[in-house]
Design a protein around this ligand. Sequence first.
Ligand code: AP5
Ligand code: MG
Length: 208
Amino acid sequence: MKMLIMGAPGCGKGTQSEILAKTLNIPTISTGAMLREAIAKGTEVGKEAAMYINDGKLVPDNTIINVVLDRVAQDDCKNGYILDGFPRTLAQAEAMEKAGIKTDVVLMIDVDKDVIIKRLAGRRVCSKCPATYHITDNPSKSGDKCDVCGAPLITRDDDNPETIKHRLEIYAESTAPVIDYYGDKVVKVKSVGTVEETTKSILKALGI
Ligand code: AP5
Ligand code: MG
């Protein structure tokens, strides 16, 4: 299964792709997470990405395309993968197709704007592993520590009201049109309930 997960910032792409990756036994590749890791390590890509991410802007196409092409060429992707947050522009979608990277299905998680703001405002992430929480809707059992690895929970630098506003504008301008590009490969799921309820709706819509 070669799946793309798309949807507005905070719709639940990361949360659902981690769950689906375990169910389907394939890796999840989050471009946002890869860029944050590159920033933390201080690599060249990280230094460039920081200038864009902290303003809520997209990282230049060429930079992110090369990162993704290298990643999907790795051995663990040969039976499939879930791409979370890529492609985000038509140029990225076209580059992917040109490189022969196939897509079986595009899962689009649809969430109302007021719910998105609530989800992003209350998000906490682990400072060490990919685990993601929400202060009221999906809290850590250990308070301000990660249930998976015990590391402290933090707020993402781009989860502040001004950057969130900018990310939502960029999504509407540059990323929403990419969904039309995939035509009948798109499976749209409305996320109205809990994480578990949304997973159920997704599995049903995908016929899994
Ligand atoms: P990225 O990290 O991908 O950010 P994003 O698209 O803005 O999406 P988020 O990660 O914020 O949200 P999500 O949909 O994963 O939601 P989550 O599961 O965490 O990208 C960051 C930046 O990197 C971009 O702005 C850009 O600069 C750069 N970048 C990345 N990819 C790029 C690309 N291809 N090209 C160029 N630049 C790129 O859930 C959110 C919260 O809601 C959590 O607290 C969660 O616990 C909670 N939650 C989830 N589901 C539910 C539910 N059903 N009920 C209640 N709470 C829920
Ligand atoms: Mg995410």
